[in-house]
Design a binder for this molecule. Structure first.
Ligand code: 4NP
Length: 159
């Protein structure tokens, strides 16, 4: 059985990408496909390396039955593009930074994560400077994107 590896990337690796990693793992486990996926997350910045997710992200995820408290931030590396099948960016700025890190011939497929959500596309907004509702919106978006991406990968049509 081939195992699909996915790396979720945002700026700090303490808000959006930890939520994306936790939600994707939750969605595939619930669907009975957990063993078919390996997930991780990283930040384009080095600002929070080694730190836990933002407390607001931990709290919002826990309210939906998802524990992200054990995650620790790291910075994305060029080697990630050979280690992962898919690299999923949360916004256009992350995507541009990733394209620069990846170089001209990345092994991994690089996409905006939200483009896999049914009826949605584009950026997942940075909730860092806002209130709790921003984290709820991120969770709704990463749930929709996770369901769409899981289905597309399992169907062999994720691109
Ligand atoms: P993230 O959010 O990229 O979703 O993890 C942010 C986290 C930290 C900062 C900015 C955005 N910061 O400025 O430290």
């Amino acid at each position: 059985m081939d195992r699909h590896s996915l790396l979720f990337v945002c700026l700090g690796n303490i808000c959006r990408s930890p939520l994306a990693e936790g939600m994707f793992a939750h969605v595939v486990a619930e669907a009975g496909h957990g063993a078919r996926f390996h997930v991780d997350s990283a930040g384009t910045s080095d600002w929070h390396i080694g730190g836990p997710p933002d407390g607001r992200a931990i709290h919002a995820a826990a309210a939906r039955g998802i524990d992200i408290s054990g995650q620790r931030a790291r910075q994305v590396a060029a080697s990630d593009f050979s280690r992962f099948d898919y690299v999923l960016a949360m916004d256009e700025s992350n995507l541009a930074r990733l394209q620069a890190v990846a170089g001209p011939e990345p092994g991994a497929r690089l996409h905006l994560f939200l483009d896999f959500a049914d009826g949605l596309s584009g950026e997942i907004p940075d909730p860092y400077y806002g209130g709790a509702e921003g984290f709820e919106q991120v969770l709704d978006m990463v749930e929709a994107a996770s369901r769409g991406l899981m289905q597309r990968i399992l169907a062999g049509s994720a691109g």
